[in-house]
Design a protein around this ligand. Structure first.
Ligand SMILES: [Zn+2]
Length: 178
């Protein structure tokens, strides 16, 4: 694992709210998908990858993610284990935020329906139960999917930028003689 800590990690770049891969933060959605498949046991760790950022190359001689060419950095046939770990950690981090937010929404809705039970008179307390079921569901979905999505997306990429740089720095100091 990478041990060197990077002081000023590069910032992910965005255009219209969408992440744009750069040489400093070469996150590849395609590679992310591939690593998830490999971890799930649905695909082997074999292919043709960029020697700089590990993005899948297909038949190309240049990388669409980091702009590296295979002349400068020869393609590799495997995804680096530590890098796969970083992609996985990013997914986990995003999932954690989404879960936390969804539970916050559910708890808020539960709290509100308890208040309704306390304050609604007589039979109208039934609305509190309806609210608990529907409100809990929608609050969970809203908080988990809508509210936190953008935040989790950016937080995940920020973490990726830092750990990718650490990985690249430690990797290069090992393999620079080759
Ligand atoms: Zn690349």
């Amino acid at each position: 694992m990478a041990t060197r800590t990077v002081q000023n990690p590069p910032r992910p770049r965005y255009r219209n709210g969408e992440f744009v891969p750069t040489r400093d933060v070469p996150f590849s959605a395609e590679l992310d998908e591939m690593i998830a498949e490999i971890r799930a046991g649905n695909a082997p760790n074999i292919g043709r990858f960029c020697g700089y950022c590990c993005a899948p190359l297909g038949d190309l001689e240049f990388c669409g993610i980091c702009d590296e060419t295979t002349d400068r950095t020869p393609a590799v046939d495997k995804i680096d284990r530590d890098l796969a770990q970083i992609y996985h950690a990013k997914r986990k981090r995003e999932g954690l935020y989404v879960h936390l937010a969804a539970w916050t929404g559910i708890l808020l809705a539960t709290g509100l329906s308890i208040l309704m039970i306390l304050f609604l008179p007589g039979w109208t307390k039934v609305f509190a139960v309806i609210f608990l079921v529907l409100g809990g569901y929608f609050a969970g979905v809203f908080f988990g999917n809508v509210l936190i999505q953008g935040f989790a997306y950016r937080a995940g990429l920020k973490m990726f930028a830092k750990r990718w740089t650490e990985w690249r720095t430690s990797n290069r100091s090992v393999g620079s003689a080759a």
